[in-house]
Write a protein that binds this ligand. Structure first.
Ligand SMILES: NC(=O)c1ccc[n+]([C@@H]2O[C@H](COP(=O)([O-])OP(=O)(O)OC[C@H]3O[C@@H](n4cnc5c(N)ncnc54)[C@H](O)[C@@H]3O)[C@@H](O)[C@H]2O)c1
Length: 402
């Protein structure tokens, strides 16, 4: 995937930055799927009609991307809370509908921005209506649900993508390229650190957060899943983990973990460590680092949380470079709205890749099966913390029946 190409496409739609500029000519246009009615886009391509389900914190990143992409129209949004849907629709220039009605509008693609445990029901409903579906991370909170979602989409011939927008940072792409072109060699040692700040009110504001049943886990499931995804994208299939977790800041409000450490063993023989917490004040952002068989190391740092990660270590013989993420001093902790808002350009890149994949009838950059790999690692991490022993990473294949 060429990130620069996707950026050019965003700019071609008149947006300097995702969310900045509403796309002109929003009148009825020809649907990509049905091919009927209205006008074609100026390049003759039919327009992709998009919807957003779940109008909470992250949904605006999806709505603004659909609104700004040149070949895409944000048609409708839906939420179980009609007031939320109404406000959101007014803000982004879409029709407010209910989850039951939205699939009657002839959408081509839909983003699922609802809480984790509802992803399965909404994604399978989209598949049943033949609507291509882009689901927020984590794909689900248990592998059985993930397998059913993948199966439903495959059976319906519907494309399933899952949001892991941190893969679209140029720094992530550069590390992946350095693995592919042999600069690093096969990755053998990795590290992911996720050292974040959350107020306890973050967990108490929404009833679904902080319980095993509805959140599926704590910092590992909801925040570190991005960095675990990067780690496995760089290092390959994980086979065994050993994990320990606790809740030492938010424990009075949540039953899940706010802090965890773990080791991971990969099929290649490579090893990695993970440290994750939402108990820091101030937060220190995230890092992912990989050392290859050549001995060379590359690392990226996201500081403050939500900003574009930069390569902070490039320890390749002859090309050594290092940059401290804290060079400008420590920043104040940001609000969740600021963190989510600053992720929007990378949501926009992944959403542009997804709509292009739908149009070109190819796989998106992150498929449901790819997203299930981080969930499989999470499943083993929680099993290991519960058993006190190393646990094997389960294979998704065992969950899929056909
Ligand atoms: N990619 C990222 O960086 C990122 C960032 C934030 C959140 N997320 C993910 O996005 C998802 C939503 O997170 P959030 O923080 O926006 O949550 P939120 O609680 O702020 O919003 C969820 C919205 O979905 C609505 N909803 C609940 N069940 C629904 C259903 N069945 N149908 C329709 N609407 C429903 C709620 O009323 C609410 O408005 C989570 O899975 C989360 O992990 C991803």
């Amino acid at each position: 995937m060429d990130v620069r190409g996707v950026r050019c496409r965003l700019r071609a739609g008149g947006a300097d930055r995702a969310g900045d500029v509403p796309h002109p000519d929003r009148a009825a246009r020809r649907s990509w799927r049905t091919g009927h009615c209205g006008h074609c886009h100026r390049d003759g391509a039919a327009v992709i009609r998009a919807g957003v389900i779940g109008c909470g914190n992250v949904a605006g990143n999806h709505a603004s991307a659909y609104r700004d992409l040149p070949d895409t129209e944000l048609v409708a949004c839906a939420d179980v809370d009609p007031a939320r849907a109404g406000e959101f629709a007014a803000r982004y220039g879409a029709a407010a509908t209910s989850p039951a009605e939205i699939f009657g509008l002839g959408l081509d693609v839909v983003s699922v921005c609802t809480p984790h445990p509802t992803h399965e029901a909404v994604v399978t409903e989209a598949a049943a209506h033949g609507v291509q579906v882009l689901c927020e991370k984590p794909i689900a909170i248990d592998l059985g649900a993930a397998a059913r979602m993948i199966e439903a989409c495959e059976r319906a011939g519907v494309t399933l993508g899952v949001l892991f927008q941190r893969r679209f940072w140029p720094a992530s792409q550069r590390i992946r390229a350095a693995i592919d072109d042999g600069t690093l060699g096969e990755p053998v040692l990795g590290h992911a650190s996720v050292l974040l700040h959350r107020e306890t009110s973050y967990y108490t504001a929404d009833a679904w957060r902080g319980t095993w049943k509805t959140d599926g886990g704590g910092v590992l499931m909801t925040q570190a899943v991005h960095n675990i995804d990067l780690l496995q994208w760089f290092m390959g299939d994980a086979v065994e983990v050993h994990c320990s977790h606790t809740a030492f800041k938010h424990g009075d409000a949540i039953e899940v973990e706010d802090t965890a450490v773990a080791t991971v063993r990969f099929a290649s023989g490579g090893l990695a460590t993970i440290a994750a917490s939402t108990a820091l004040t101030p937060g220190l952002g995230t890092r992912v680092q990989v050392t290859g068989r050549t001995g060379a190391t590359a690392g990226l740092a996201e500081y403050p949380e939500g900003s574009e990660a930069r390569l902070d270590v490039w320890a390749v013989p002859g090309q050594e470079a290092v940059a401290s993420p804290f060079g400008a001093g420590l920043a104040e902790d940001l609000t969740l709205a600021r963190i989510n808002g600053s992720l929007a350009p990378f949501h926009a890149l992944q959403i542009a890749d997804f709509t292009a994949a739908v149009r070109e009838r190819r796989e998106p950059a992150v498929t449901g099966r790819e997203a299930a790999k981080s969930l499989a690692i999470l499943t083993a991490l929680y099993a290991s913390a519960a058993s006190g022993r190393p646990e094997a990473v389960p294979a998704l294949g065992k969950e899929i029946t056909r």
